[in-house]
Design a protein around this ligand. Structure first.
Ligand code: ADP
Ligand code: MG
Length: 139
């Protein structure tokens, strides 16, 4: 069944000039971008996005990182898109990510790990609505 997921190419990956490589991997895997936005998040925007992690010790550092430079926010559409994108990304810690995954290729450490991907249908829905009005999504 076709579903949508939210992906973010994080500031570390944008600085490494691998936007193209990452989008190529999505497309090769059958994940079609249906909305795309380049932006610099206000710190408050990052804090709202990562609100579930508010009590974690890395929260402030994570939000500083996510607002430190341009990101590319995308909606990806495809069969099983949420799980497919998580598989493509690899584990949160790039050192533990499978070979061939985006994080193994481009992540530096558990914080600067190149990409975000929604982890469930509920969070995908929430995260998509956080960045995109429905009218900006291509059919
Ligand atoms: P994922 O992005 O794989 O879903 P989480 O939702 O657990 O991982 O964490 C959100 C983001 O917070 C991670 O992608 C990473 O950038 C950062 N992060 C997670 N765990 C740590 C940690 N132990 N130390 C620093 N940053 C972390
Ligand atoms: Mg997560």
């Amino acid at each position: 069944m076709s579903e949508r997921t939210l992906a973010i190419i994080k500031p570390d990956a944008v600085k490494k000039h691998v936007i193209g490589d990452i989008i190529h991997r999505y497309e090769q895997a059958g994940l079609r971008p249906v909305a795309m936005r380049m932006m610099v998040m206000a710190k408050q925007t990052a804090e709202g996005f990562y609100a579930v992690h508010k009590s974690r010790p890395f929260f402030d550092s994570l939000c500083t990182f996510m607002s430190s430079g341009p990101v590319v926010v995308l909606i990806l559409s495809g069969d099983n898109a949420i799980k497919k994108n998580r598989d493509l990304m690899g584990a949160t810690d790039p050192a533990k990510a499978d070979k061939g995954t985006i994080r193994a290729a481009h992540g530096a450490n558990i914080e600067f790990n190149a990409v975000h991907g929604s982890d469930s249908p509920e969070t995908a829905k929430q995260e998509i609505a956080y960045f995109f009005p429905e009218m900006d999504v291509v059919r």
